[in-house]
Design a protein around this ligand. Structure first.
Ligand code: ACO
Length: 434
């Protein structure tokens, strides 16, 4: 097969090298396209555009494969450990027992927020969306740790990464406590990552929350299944902001904002709202699916479809199994699980979904699991953000370490007016023209 692509434009032809990734993904390297031909490419939504080379995560959307640093995610199911996966993604290899213990100890040591930061929570109304608080407070962290702005060496970066991964769960828990008017619960020095988070969420000053190992494992799995997904919207945002050499905290705060949207991480909230709507009898599953197929309705079957997965999303399969196991273990009977299953059944047999290769994605079952654990719906996307943070950090660092890194700055095809004159205000009509 040729190792170059030829572009013919009128009478001229140009050759561009073909790059090939370790898993055989091929790309036409068009870095010299504009300089050679005067043309740019147009690819709204970037569905055909590789923005970088990355060694972190591999996805094969046709075969439903997801691997972190080469390891299939299914291999993390037996003893799910979010901290181990976070290390793997960020530092490129599974941690040794010593590395793991040191990192876990760092996460415990860094969990407190500066007391000054605590007052910021008071300024938010009770009804403030937790994603807004999360983004604002991650950005605010950079005010409290300016020494971590310059992360040129790996040791300082490791401290910054541990700080951020540790503190995001404290911020998340405080956002929740604030929204409920509950006292903040300080992190516990003897609890590991997930039990500590659940402690800050659910303990009372007079009664410590006891973490059920079944819940601990389920939360670990939910978090690690969200931990990275290569160049998705929020990760690309983190990379884009980081490409201007903005600091790690600012870049990840931007990632939170990108994740918030209902077409991305916000879909887990939208799924729950959809299931509740059906449960409360507003629509049957059949009617909802009919509506989702009707382009005029603007309704989508939330938690279905993915830009990359075109056969199944392996995360959705694993989460469906967890939901199936966990609810009986906790003695929870949630009618929304039956509704989700019914919706899936209908959609998977419907030619509209089959032809468009639309399958349940990671958001379809995650909410049912989180709800069974007692996480309120408005915290679902925050949970996604906690899970995705190691991926954002890994990508930010990978980019920072890449030599010849360029600021992300796409071009456009301008379709506005040609050069025109400014009309004086007094001579303008109602629409601002003469
Ligand atoms: N329900 C109904 N129709 C859908 C759905 C859906 N959930 N998803 C896609 N389609 C249809 C589109 O209308 C379009 O139909 P057409 O070809 O007749 O115009 C076709 O399938 C392709 O859809 P696009 O929007 O072009 O696909 P894209 O790759 O841009 O979008 C996305 C992927 C955003 C995930 C989309 O499937 C969607 O909106 N899903 C629902 C929201 C959701 O679950 N988001 C979470 C994604 S996973 C994540 O970010 C963690």
């Amino acid at each position: 097969m040729s190792d170059a692509a030829t572009l013919i434009l009128g009478d001229a032809s140009y050759r561009f090298p073909i790059l090939e990734g370790t898993e055989g993904e091929r790309a036409i390297d068009i870095r010299t396209l504009r300089a050679k031909s005067g043309c740019i490419t147009l690819d709204p939504g970037y569905a055909n555009t590789g923005s970088c080379e990355s060694a972190i995560t591999f996805i094969d959307g046709e075969r439903g494969i997801l691997r972190y640093r080469g390891i299939p995610i299914e291999q993390f199911e037996q003893a799910p450990n979010f901290v181990e996966v976070a290390w793997l993604l960020i530092f490129g290899h599974l941690p040794s027992p010593q590395e793991y213990e040191a990192f876990a100890a760092d996460l415990t040591a860094c969990a407190n927020l500066d007391e000054g930061m605590k007052h910021h929570f008071e300024g938010f109304p009770r009804s403030a969306p937790p994603m807004a608080i999360l983004s604002a407070m991650i950005n605010a962290l950079s005010c409290f740790h300016p020494e971590l702005f310059e992360l040129e060496d790996a040791d300082r970066f490791r401290v910054a990464a541990a700080r951020l991964i540790s503190k995001i769960r404290t911020i998340a828990a405080y956002a929740y406590r604030h929204s409920r008017g509950l006292p903040y619960i300080y992190p516990h020095p003897e609890l590991r990552y997930v039990p500590n988070f659940l402690h800050m969420m659910f303990s009372q000053p007079y009664a410590q929350h006891v973490c059920d190992p079944v819940v601990r494992d389920a939360v670990n799995l939910v978090l690690l299944l969200h931990a990275d997904h290569e160049q998705n919207c929020s990760t690309s945002t983190v990379r884009m902001v980081g490409s201007s050499q903005a600091n790690l905290f600012a870049s990840c705060a931007a990632g939170v904002c990108a994740l918030w949207g209902p077409l991305h991480g916000g879909a887990n909230v939208a799924v729950l709202e959809m299931l509740e709507q059906i449960h409360h009898g507003h629509l049957s599953p059949e009617e909802y699916v009919r509506l989702a197929k009707d382009k005029d309705s603007k309704v989508r079957l939330m938690g279905f479809g993915h830009r990359v997965y075109k056969s199944f999303d392996p995360r959705a399969r694993m989460l469906a199994n967890v939901a199936e196991r966990l609810l009986p273990q906790l003695g929870v009977r949630d009618p929304l699980l039956q509704i989700a299953r019914r919706l899936e059944e209908i959609a998977l047999e419907d030619p509209y979904f089959v032809e468009r290769k639309l399958y349940p994605n990671v958001d379809f079952y995650s909410g049912i699991i989180l709800r069974a654990i007692g996480i309120p719906t408005n915290m679902f996307t925050v949970m996604f953000a906690i899970g995705r943070l190691p991926g954002w950090i890994a990508h930010w660092w990978e980019q920072a370490q890449t030599s010849g890194n360029k600021i992300a700055r796409p071009r456009q095809i301008y379709v506005g007016p040609l050069e025109t004159d400014r009309v004086p205000l007094s001579e303008r009509g109602e629409l601002g023209t003469a």
